[in-house]
Design a protein around this ligand. Structure first.
Ligand code: SF4
Length: 388
C-alpha cells in the first residue's frame, strides 16, 4: 500500500488529525492498528483500509476528528430503533470512510469516500452536543458510516452529550476488536448492529469481513453492557434471504441473545457494486419476519416499506398492539411513561421516558455554524445550529 501524497497526505499540522492509542509496533518496522480485525499494518504515511486512520511517524492517527459528512435531525425509528425513546428526534451524523467493504453498500458515497471534501461539516464534540441540545434532540446518533473508525471523536462527543443529558446511539457493523469495543460502548446508550448475513462465506466474499467478530459483539452488548441493542439485517435477494439461512440466524439470536432483542429486516435497493441485483420484494421481508416469529423472537419488524403489520409492536404479555407504526409514523401508542403495556401492565423491553415523542417522519438537514476558536490542545468551534 503506497503512502498517500498530495491532498491525501497525513499531517499532524492538520487540525482534524489527532493521535490515537490502539496500535502497536511490529518487528518489521510497521505499526499495526488494533481498532478493528483488519489489523492494518502500516508504514510511514500509509492509511488503513478505512482511510481515516493512518500512520504518522511512530503512531497511528485519526484524520477526521471534528469533521462530518453532514448533520440531520430525523426520527429514532430511522436508525432503526423501535424500543428506544420512541418518536423522538435524533441528531445524526457521520464522517467518511469505513472499515468494511460491502459490495452492496447503501451509503457508499460516504463510506467509500476518499475525498476530504466529503467532510463538509465541522463540529467539535462540544459543538455537536450543544447543537443537539438546541435542536431539542433526545439523542445523537453516530451513523451514515461506521463509528468504529472514528472512535476517539465519537467517544469525546458522547461525553459532551452526557453532560447535557443527551443520549448516544451507535449504528455499526460491530466489526471491532475487544479492547476498543469496551471503551466505545461504555459511552453508548443504544446500538443498532448490522447482522449482514449468517454465513462466513457472505461476510468474506460480499462484506470482506468476518461473521464471528460480529456475533461476539452482539453477545458482548447483550450480556456484558447496559447498552440497549437492536439488530438490522438488510435482505439481498439471492444472497442472504434463504429460508434455511434466516432460520439459522433467528435460532442463534434466540439462543444467544434471547427472544426480546428487536430484529429489523430491511429492504435492499440496487447500489454500489451490486446494481444488477433487484430490490427486495416486500414479500421477502414478510417471509423473514414470519420465520423469526416462528423461532420465538417477540419483536420483529420490516423496514423501508409501508407495512403496518411489520411495524407494529405487540405486548409480550397480552399480545395486544402497543405501538402501531407506518414507516416512521407512530399511529397508535399504548405504552406508559415507564415502559409498561397500558392494556395489561407487562414491561415492554426498551428505554422509555414519559410519553412518546411527536417528531414524526421529518428529516431535517442541519448546518452547524463553525467559527473556529483555539483553546489549547483541542480545536474548539463555537456552535450555531441552524435549520435548513
Ligand atoms: S480501524 Fe481502519 S486502520 Fe484500523 S485496522 Fe480497522 S480498517 Fe485498519
Amino acid at each position: 500500500m503506497p503512502a498517500a501524497t498530495g491532498a491525501d497526505a497525513l499531517s499532524l499540522a492538520d487540525p482534524y488529525t489527532i493521535g490515537t492509542k490502539y496500535w502497536h509496533e511490529l518487528d518489521d518496522g510497521r505499526i499495526q492498528c488494533d481498532v478493528c480485525p483488519r489489523n492494518c499494518r502500516l508504514r510511514e504515511g500509509q492509511r488503513g483500509l478505512c482511510f481515516v486512520r493512518g500512520r504518522i511517524g511512530d503512531q497511528i492517527v485519526l484524520a477526521s476528528y471534528g469533521r462530518s459528512s453532514g448533520f440531520c435531525v430525523d426520527p429514532v425509528e430511522k436508525k432503526p430503533l423501535n424500543h428506544f425513546l420512541p418518536g423522538t428526534p435524533v441528531l445524526s451524523f457521520g464522517t467518511a470512510g469505513c472499515n468494511l467493504a460491502c459490495r452492496f453498500c447503501q451509503n457508499w458515497d460516504i463510506s467509500k469516500s476518499r475525498e476530504i471534501d466529503t467532510l463538509s461539516g465541522e463540529a467539535a464534540p462540544d459543538t455537536l452536543a450543544q447543537a443537539a441540545s438546541k435542536l431539542e434532540c433526545s439523542s445523537i446518533a453516530f451513523t451514515y458510516n461506521d463509528p468504529t473508525i472514528f472512535l476517539e471523536y465519537a467517544v469525546d462527543a458522547a461525553q459532551a452529550c452526557k453532560e447535557l443529558g443527551i443520549k448516544t446511539i451507535a449504528v455499526s457493523a460491530g466489526y471491532i476488536n475487544a479492547e476498543p469495543r469496551a471503551e466505545f460502548y461504555s459511552h453508548m446508550d443504544a446500538a443498532n448492529i448490522d447482522l449482514k448475513a449468517f454465513t462466513e462465506d457472505f461476510y468474506q466474499k460480499i462484506a470482506f469481513s468476518k461473521l464471528g467478530t460480529v456475533l461476539d459483539t452482539l453477545k458482548y452488548l447483550r450480556h456484558e453492557t447496559d447498552v440497549w441493542l437492536e439488530i438490522t439485517t438488510l435482505l439481498i435477494p439471492g444472497y442472504n434471504d434463504s429460508n434455511s439461512e434466516l432460520a439459522e440466524m433467528c435460532a442463534w439470536i434466540a439462543e444467544h441473545l434471547g427472544d426480546e432483542v428487536p430484529l429489523h429486516f430491511s429492504a435492499f435497493h440496487p447500489d454500489f457494486k451490486m446494481r444488477d441485483v433487484p430490490a427486495t420484494p416486500p414479500a421477502t421481508l414478510s417471509r423473514a419476519r414470519r420465520i423469526a416469529i416462528d423461532h420465538g423472537l417477540k419483536y420483529v419488524y420490516t423496514g423501508n416499506v409501508h407495512d403496518t403489520d411489520g411495524g407494529t409492536t405487540h405486548c409480550g404479555g397480552c399480545g395486544k398492539p402497543v405501538v402501531v407504526r407506518d414507516w416512521y409514523v407512530l399511529k397508535e401508542y399504548r405504552i406508559d411513561g415507564t415502559g409498561h403495556c397500558e392494556h395489561c401492565g407487562a414491561r415492554i423491553p426498551g428505554v422509555y421516558s414519559g410519553p412518546a415523542g411527536t417528531w414524526g417522519p421529518k428529516r431535517r438537514p442541519v448546518r452547524l455554524g463553525t467559527p473556529r476558536v483555539r483553546t489549547g490542545d483541542h480545536d474548539r468551534r463555537n456552535a450555531t445550529a441552524t435549520k435548513e
